[in-house]
Design a protein around this ligand. Structure first.
Ligand SMILES: NC(N)=O
Length: 678
């Protein structure tokens, strides 16, 4: 072994800035066009309801694609590759399963949200409706901390990769990344981001396929699972892994990998259950599409970190030569770009910059929508100007996107100078936020939890987790620095304390001060915003804008019946799938200390590739199939427009007799139009 790798940027600075700014502006232009087309052909005016709920009519395929896209952070690709490099083949699995089960379990919560608060815009509104101001403020703080941590990880991870591959300055990347995203999010709101998210996911999948086929089929040095297997055996001989069965990279029995798994599981409960972005998507879905959207999204997402890291983390490991990557570079997320360049040279570097740009920007836009909806509905409308109408609220949403991005760019730059990278934040996130997970979920699931339990448990849990984290650092290492506080054991102690201590606090406070016996009426009473002023300015009848009209009592009852029926199946199915990923699959492999044979490794990789094909079907082809009528109609209308015949088919019709989940509002209008003409 001779020292550590020094990165030399294979691409020029001009290329880096070109990607960050050029692609950013290209997406902004695309968004302007999409927003214009949605307004012209689907009557989707950017009202405040439309900006943050997409008219509550999105179908499951597009919900799944949006879940995959916003859950595919820079860390999903970078941190998973880092753990593959450190712990071997168990790392990608522990990353993927440790972040999939939360999405599957969230599907159940999405149904509860739809049942209990059909008109909510954010999860925090629901908290407010049940408990009032004190608990609302506590959860605003925890939800914003979640968004801040996730955004910081996107910027630190994304800028580190851009700096390593193109030589752009890290602080410049932190400030330039958000520009294009802010522009396109402001122009498009959540519906348009659903569409660009879709495009981002397509690109990410194509790039992962490119790398996987190179490593396991065509590459001159590797080129087959068998050759990768042999190289992994040699790597373990050169530097066996402490705590792995036989020191091998080819086993699920990895002590440090297992610790990472638990940290990962806990942190991601926080980043799903406390990120308003995931409630936003459930809210934007039509009621019957929320559950399948999340289940498809969760299952499809699993293959992304699993195959990406099993390709690029492992390629870095077997192609590194005598020099190894330094620990700070591994933590910063540089394993993936290193593996990509070793595998495919210049093209690997280009593909990586594009893939990371897509991952950062699509997840960033989801964060912007989440933060702007908190700021608009939970802070501004709740406490500053309760009578604010649509136009003012749209303006507030836009300003909050801009201000938040500037603050986060500054914060990420500060973290860079403090030596805190994406990997550190990834392990830390659960320590900071996960104490609010249990009381937050109980708000929707348990009528007994009282307001004292909901208000006191998150901050008390945070205090306990910080103490556990820092005391373990002190007892293990004696000093506090980025390396010692970022080590696995202190992070494990902090994460476990954060998630579990509220499970003691919540029943304690509830039974000491008396259960609430809540009837859920105040959640149902949440109302939509009055967007009349925006509709008047756009010269569109408010009733023609999707999501602006209330369904009839009969439709509401029918929807409720479907949701009540779905709730039972949802709970059973999600619990079964979560247990499979947490116990049935990994635990026997961990318990038996099995070291993969060459055949088993080949099968493992083949399953990963096939799973990514299923992902391609679930989040790329299925949304197109589901939306085929809308797409055909828009294309037809564009054709008419180009021929100078203005399409007027559904003008003058009302949307008040539309059924949620039976198609987009415009599709239903068209169906009714056909019926009327027949
Ligand atoms: N979204 C995650 N945890 O990769």
């Amino acid at each position: 072994m001779s020292g550590t790798v020094t990165f030399t940027a294979p691409l020029s600075q001009g290329f880096g800035y070109g990607i960050i700014l050029g692609l950013g502006f290209a997406f902004a232009l695309l968004m302007i066009f999409i927003t214009w087309a949605l307004k012209r052909y689907q009557n989707e005016v950017q009202t405040s309801e439309m900006f943050s709920t997409a008219g509550r009519s999105v179908k499951s395929g597009l919900v799944a694609a949006a879940v995959v896209s916003s859950w595919t952070w820079a860390a999903t690709l970078l941190q998973s590759s880092s753990v593959a490099y450190k712990y071997g083949i168990s790392g990608p699995f522990f990353y993927a399963s440790g972040a999939t089960v939360q999405i599957l379990l969230f599907a159940t919560l999405a149904i509860e949200l739809k049942r209990r608060a059909p008109n909510a815009h954010t999860f925090l509104e629901v908290i407010h409706a049940r408990y009032g101001t004190t608990v609302h403020v506590v959860f605003i703080v925890f939800c914003l901390m979640t968004n801040i941590l996730v955004t910081a990880m996107l910027l630190t991870g994304g800028s580190a990769v851009m700096a390593a591959l193109t030589g752009v300055s890290t602080p410049a990347a932190c400030f330039l990344f958000p520009i294009g995203v802010v522009l396109y999010t402001i122009f498009g709101g959540i519906k348009a981001t659903f569409i660009t998210d879709y495009l981002h996911t397509v690109v990410i999948l194509v790039v992962i396929f490119l790398f996987a086929f190179s490593a396991y089929a065509t590459n001159a040095q590797l080129g087959s699972p068998g050759k990768v297997y042999d190289a992994l055996v040699l790597a373990a001989k050169a530097h066996p892994v402490d705590g792995n069965a036989e020191g091998s990279y080819l086993t699920m029995r990895s002590k440090e990998g297992g610790i990472f798994w638990i940290i990962n599981l806990i942190g991601n409960f926080g980043t799903v259950f406390l990120d308003n972005g995931y409630y936003n998507k459930a809210i934007a879905a039509s009621p019957v599409h929320a559950f399948p959207g999340y289940v498809i999204g969760g299952l499809c997402w699993f293959a992304i970190p699993w195959l990406c890291a099993s390709t690029l983390g492992i390629s870095a490991l077997v192609l590194e030569g005598p020099q190894r990557l330094s620990a700070p570079d591994v933590s910063a997320g540089l394993v993936l770009p290193f593996g990509a360049v070793r595998l495919l040279g210049y093209s690997g570097a280009v593909a990586t910059t594009i893939m990371i740009f897509m991952a950062v920007t699509s997840a960033f836009s989801a964060q912007l929508i989440a933060v702007s909806s908190i700021w608009t509905y939970d802070i501004y409308q709740a406490y500053i100007e309760p009578s604010a109408k649509g136009k003012k609220l749209v303006w507030i949403s836009h300003i909050s996107c801009i201000v938040y991005s500037i603050i986060m760019a500054g914060f990420a730059t500060g973290l860079y100078y403090a030596g805190v990278g994406m990997g550190y934040l990834y392990l830390l996130m659960g320590v900071i936020i996960s104490s609010a997970v249990f009381p937050g979920a109980m708000t929707l699931l348990w009528k007994g939890q009282n307001w004292i339990a909901a208000a006191a448990s998150p901050p008390l849990g945070l205090a306990v987790s910080l103490i556990a984290w820092l005391v373990t650092t002190k007892t293990q290492y004696g000093v506090f620095n980025v390396d010692t506080t970022g080590a696995n054991y202190p992070m494990l102690a902090g994460n476990v304390a954060a998630l579990l201590s509220p499970m003691v606090f919540v029943p304690f406070f509830t039974y000491v001060f008396g259960p609430q016996n809540y009837d859920y009426k105040s959640m149902r009473a949440i109302r939509k915003v009055d967007d009349t002023d925006v509709a008047v300015d756009a010269h569109v009848d408010l009733e023609q804008i999707p999501g602006e009209t209330d369904p009839s009592q009969q439709e509401t009852d029918e929807e409720m019946r479907k949701l009540n029926k779905a709730a039972f199946y949802a709970r059973t199915l999600t619990i079964f799938m979560a247990l499979s990923m947490l116990i049935l699959w990994p635990i026997p492999m961990y318990g038996t200390s099995y070291v993969f044979s060459k055949k088993f490794f080949t099968g493992w990789i083949v399953v990963g590739i096939l799973w990514l094909f299923c992902t391609l079907f679930g989040v790329v082809i299925f949304p197109l199939y589901e939306g085929r009528e809308s797409i055909a109609r828009v294309v037809r209308m564009m054709g008419l427009d180009l021929m100078g015949r203005k399409p007027t088919f559904h003008e003058g019709r009302k949307t008040d007799d539309l059924q949620s989940g039976a198609g987009t509002p415009a599709e239903q209008i068209e169906e009714k139009g056909k019926e009327a003409l027949a």
